[in-house]
Write a new protein. Sequence first.
Length: 354
Amino acid sequence: MRALTVVPGRAGSGAVRDVADPHVGDGEVLVDVVRVGLCGTDAEIERGDYGRAPEGADLLVLGHESLGRVARDAGSLVAGTPVVASVRRPDGCPNCRAGEQDMCLWGGFQERGITGIHGFCSERFVERNEYLFVVPETIADVAVLLEPLTITEKGWRHLIVAQRRMTLWEPRTAIVAGGGPVGILAAVKLRLQGLDVTVVERKHKPEKEALLARIGAGYAATSVTPLATLAARSKRIDVVIEATGNAAVAFECLQLVGANGAVILTSVTGARGSLEVPADLINKKLVLDNVLVLGTVNAKSDDFQAGIVDLSQAEQRWPGFLGALITRRVPLADAARALPHDPAQIKTVVEVAG
């Protein structure tokens, strides 16, 4: 079968290659891939920044944002059922054994399409039933967005638990830093929770502003209005979600949130250089205002289930909005050329079927 692959550690090695058909073992489900989302992680792996092939293999199949259909009846799953697969596989630590591999203690986990196990950007894959999530047909066309949404679903779930530290917390206003797929999907989640949301990115894009207006979210560009000015316009910012991939913005976000508020960090910013920050001011802000800082990466089954509900609600409330986030569709044959980041696009997907 054909698959989008790389030689891990070798920059520019991304190509669609022929790979062996997957073997279906006991307890596994064969899935025909419909489409796969591409993101910055895939681009970084293709640049050789990280990524690890399965043991004994030279190639790694990319793709961790999936939508497929069950190829043939398997247990409770009927052929044709649309499914999305989760990404991380446990290493046996106590948290992993409890179904919380997103909170792994030992760090020996594997992640499909990233480290130690093939991804989903191929014509078919096999997976165990417990890592597959059935999605309603009503959202099948946009369910490839589920995995990136689960990043915020997890962050919000953790935030609600953490904010039980006080008797009353009624968040009303939020800033999302970053207008990519993760940031926009975070705005969707927050709007569904009833918050006033402003999405902020560096350069002003009128089409992005118009798109976000469809869900009642505000939009601003820091090239026009600095983040601090935006925050000052509100009586208090209760939640800030950082999704820029920029360490400088991440630290600036820590200074924007109001008393008893929270900052959720979603970016893995790497270590491409040093950064000077007003450490004393940040420390003072966090301590005196009881500010909570959470990092969120990967997700567990609860977050996938919550994401399915939220995608369904968003599609009902704002018909067509989620589909508008998918701005480029490429066939599997052209997938390698679509790996580099294109700032003109919101979400690129590989259409594997057809």
